[in-house]
Ligand binder design. Sequence first.
Ligand SMILES: C[S@@+](CC[C@H](N)C(=O)[O-])C[C@H]1O[C@@H](n2cnc3c(N)ncnc32)[C@H](O)[C@@H]1O
Length: 736
Amino acid sequence: MGLSRRMTKQGPPEPLAGESGFGGKKRKLAASTNGAIKKQKKGGNNALVGKAKLNGEPRPKAKQAANSAGKKSTKGGFRAPQKPVKKPLSLVHDNDDMSDLSGDAIDDEDVMGNGVGSLNDLDDALDSDADDFANAPSPSVSGEEDFLDEDQAVVQKGVWSEDEDSDGEEALTAANIAGLSQRLNQQRAEEDVDAEKELAEDALQTNIAPADLDLDDDEEGSKTNRLAPDLQLLRTRITEAVRVLSNFKELRDPTRSRAEYTTAVLKDIVAYYGYSPFLAEKLFGLFTPQEALAFFDANETPRPMVIRTNTLRTHRRDLAHILINRGVSLEPVGKWSKVGLQIFESQVPLGATPEYLAGHYILQAASSFLPVMALAPQEHERVLDMAAAPGGKTTHMAALMKNTGCIFANDASKDRAKGLIGNIHRLGVKNTIVCNYSALEFPRVMGGFDRVLLDAPCSGTGVIAKDPSVKSNKTADDFLRLPHLQKQLLLSAIDSVDHASKTGGYIVYSTCSVTVEENEQVVQYALNQRPNVRLVSTGLVFGKEGFTKYQSKRFHPSLKETRRYYPHAYNVDGFFVAKFKKFAPTPDAAVKAQGTKAEAARVEKNAAADEDEGGVEVNGNHAEIEDDEVDEDRAEDTFGGFDDDADEVLIERARKKQMRRKGIDFRGTKSKAVKALNPTKAVDGPTEEEGGVMLVNNGAVKENGVVEVKDGEDEKEKTKAKVKPETKVKTKGEEK
Ligand SMILES: C[S@@+](CC[C@H](N)C(=O)[O-])C[C@H]1O[C@@H](n2cnc3c(N)ncnc32)[C@H](O)[C@@H]1O
């Protein structure tokens, strides 16, 4: 994968302070840098020289950098640590003060650690461009026509004749400069006219209904003037509303309530960024208004590309050295990781270098390192990765375990499991067994693990920059259905761990989502259902504390041990990490209850698939389970199996609401309701590994951008065969 985009450095930005720290400029930057910065190789080994241009025009002369190509020092194979400079980014866009954008993340040495310093190469390039311009020889008399058009030549002639006798050479230079600048001004004016025309055309194409196009020239002009600045207007309104909301007492218009301001700003956010009203409100509610704006802005720009060194094959220093020699501009991702390298620019496709093919590294978002670091698997342990494909975290764990012990890497999607196997082979992992179950079937498939990682399928609200479809394709139903699955999976994860493990007994739960429903609420649910676990520190050196209260919800104080990651705060994908320690066994009956529920749901799913529309009884519950033993056991224990009923009522209510909104009569769609309620569906949010490529297997359907991994036929057979005789599912009309 080739990179031509210069990325902002990984790390926390400056504290949020007004509009200057974020906002429209980022959008401009993303657009203007797109393909605007080119690099050329110059001279020796590591000397990369960039040429920064905007619309083909050379940029102004940049300050001569002290550490230009010839002065770079090297230290043991790395280039000496050098602080990336802000200049190149601000030079990309003359009129905008971009320093806040480039500098926010870059300046934090604490998080960033050693720099390889190749950013300075771009400065050198700018210098060389600027030098070319500044040092161009004064054109000779004979050559001046090359510079000047006819009119200008006339003007110049006059200048010549006046100054001919006195100081001809000086006059020539002055004339050229005057002519040249006149010509440049003219060119600029022409470009401005073209740009305006383009803008007007765009506005006409996108904003005006076809009927409106039938306008005479004057009308068209005034219409264009009204429509073109819409985005700017929205931006200004959003910024202003956020400013007022941030200091409401002082700045409010006394005739407007906070709710009115909020409603108005949400409407503008929906129009400006393209979120559904539902999601805009949900995400806005997570932050202060100012931080919410920073979050929305951060979702408009990509996160830095990062690779993880595979320490089973190489060392980060050696890898960095080789890649630099291939023309890759990179830096250690930060002091918090010993294996990450952030890529700024690359002249080679990073997914096809010899080192990539030899498994020396994997393309992996920085935030994906965090759950594995929190789990901290030890050598010789037995570890379960419940939802493992495509294997970024599995292979990271294998490296930390130095290929000892045993990892069971499971994924419900057979097709995605193929990618997992590919990565395992490429990276030289030898301690891993791949399996293909719904993770709900653990611990019945296998239990007694030292550690379990549950990197759960989620809505992907943390990776909107990677998958903008999330902005509009998530519904209220998703935020009931996904947590429902996540809660079940987390109970299975807890039940699969050996509390008596000498070295472990830990569970890590993570998502690439920032919603409370998928994070704190799931964790709180697990704490309620499994009093044999408690939250412990993740051991991660950065990240914001999880919520202990959110709107009207209150969570256990220990939720502050969990960690939240945001793109605007750390320039990483949005993420959530929680670490549990299991200190007592889960009673068999609770495991059985949990398993039976999961199994019953699967049976029901199969039964539902066989039924005609409307053939299955749904009363807000799944089909009843005829297993008195299970209920007795649940009554005896403080532990429960998964409590389907509470969630299902909510899910069903949301589904009906959604259908009503769509104008659909839900009363005639009972069997669809069963499908919607099915908790064993494997639902996947966008993946953060391997460039976020999503594999969809032949049994998977893409519905509103959510991949639903369906069980394949063979799996169905397997499930039917596994159903215990005492577990029966009643459907309507069936004999007891
Ligand atoms: C966020 S991705 C996992 C990424 C992976 N941990 C990595 O680091 O490469 C979620 C995964 O969960 C899988 N999945 C969804 N439902 C599942 C289920 N019920 N059991 C097991 N895996 C499931 C999806 O197929 C998907 O691969």
